[in-house]
Design a protein around this ligand. Structure first.
Ligand SMILES: Cc1ncc(COP(=O)(O)O)c(C=O)c1O
Length: 340
């Protein structure tokens, strides 16, 4: 076995993990989409990880919930947007593991209407408060305040900091591990791939960049960002990847360049559907019966379509598209699809 792979497997085996995901997720070709775009495209189906409609968060939460359980907590406090997939999958993990969950959610584009992910959060028993802040970067003090109140009521609380390095590193481990799975599937497919496209904001591309680098997999990573934050994504993601490498005791390091981040497909702002994302979502639905989500994966596919049209993916190159899930949010975007 390659020494990089053996080191990585050994380092991951030392990390506490609560199994939550149905893995390996399939890797399969998208024949009609490939024909339409003139490039061979395969999809890695992380929308099928299984926890309350699946998605990339399941792999990430396996390591985070190991930390939560080890802390002795009976209550988790976390937050993001009302249509957050992270919070929906956290609600599912809390339900499965018998923990209570308090969510402080930003109103965002889709607000308080009980639909999509917010509906599922409530269905799975999360206590939800919706607040009207303009960015997730301002959420932390409200989460800390709620945690203090709960502690005063005798709860053992674990705070998941929305942009905290610990949560990001633990989450990134899920995608370092996914790289081992992907490497095996690539080998088994007997096919040479050139590019890996993903929609990533922090943990997922950090784990992917580190995993690819540690395994020396010659895949060019492209990270389509769904969001603009104060720190440019490439820099921040490399910082998380390198903190994850340190956490694992690996000597390998990731540069911002390796992350391949682009902020070109966000559109006006996070959570706002774009024309390019709409085209991508319809292409996959109508050519493949493959359902993307409007906030993340449709924007990543819009990036891939545009890169193909611009010749950034050459005719003789093959692509893996990581479907990171998020599909429950689609039901909150019914009116944006233009079908009515
Ligand atoms: C469907 C989907 N894809 C991609 C991402 C980005 O993942 P990360 O924040 O781990 O980079 C998210 C994050 O919420 C998501 O829900």
């Amino acid at each position: 076995m390659d020494p990089g792979r053996a080191d990585l497997e050994a380092a991951l085996a030392r990390q506490p993990r609560v199994p939550l995901a149905h893995v390996p997720t399939p890797l399969h070709p998208l024949r009609r989409l490939s024909e339409a775009l003139g490039r061979e495209i395969w999809v890695k189906r992380d929308d099928m990880t299984g926890l309350a409609f699946g998605g990339n968060k399941t792999r990430q939460l396996e390591y985070l919930f190991a930390d939560i359980l080890a802390s002795g907590a009976d209550t988790v406090v976390a937050g993001a947007y009302t249509q957050s997939n992270w919070c929906r999958q956290m609600a599912a993990a809390c339900a499965r593991l018998g923990l209570s969950l308090h969510l402080i959610l930003l109103h965002g584009q889709k607000g308080a209407k009980l639909q999509g992910n917010l509906l599922l959060d409530r269905l799975m028993g999360a206590e939800v408060e919706i607040v009207d802040l303009d960015t997730m970067e301002k959420l932390q003090p409200l989460i800390d305040q709620r945690a203090d109140e709960l502690r005063r009521r005798g709860r053992e609380v674990y705070v998941v900091e929305p942009l905290g390095l610990r949560a990001n590193v633990l989450g990134a481990l899920g995608y370092v591990r996914a790289c081992l799975e992907l490497a095996e599937q690539i080998e088994a497919s007997g096919t040479r791939f050139h590019h890996l496209y993903n929609c990533g904001a922090n943990m997922q591309p950090a784990g992917l960049a580190l995993g690819l680098e540690a395994l020396r997999l010659p895949l060019h990573l492209v990270t389509v960002s769904p969001i603009r934050w104060s720190i440019p994504r490439g820099e921040d993601i490399a910082r998380i990847a390198n903190a994850t490498a340190e956490h694992l005791g690996l000597s390998v390091r990731v540069t911002p360049h390796r992350v391949g981040a682009t902020e070109d497909y966000i559109g006006p702002e996070y959570g706002v559907f774009t024309d390019a994302a709409r085209e991508a979502l319809f292409l996959c639905a109508r050519l493949e019966g493959l359902i993307l989500d409007p906030v993340y994966t449709a924007k990543a596919m819009a990036g891939l379509v545009d890169h193909i049209r611009k010749g950034l993916v050459r005719e003789d190159e093959r692509v893996i598209f990581l479907h990171s899930g998020g599909t429950p949010a689609l039901f909150a975007y019914a009116e944006d699809l233009g079908l009515a």
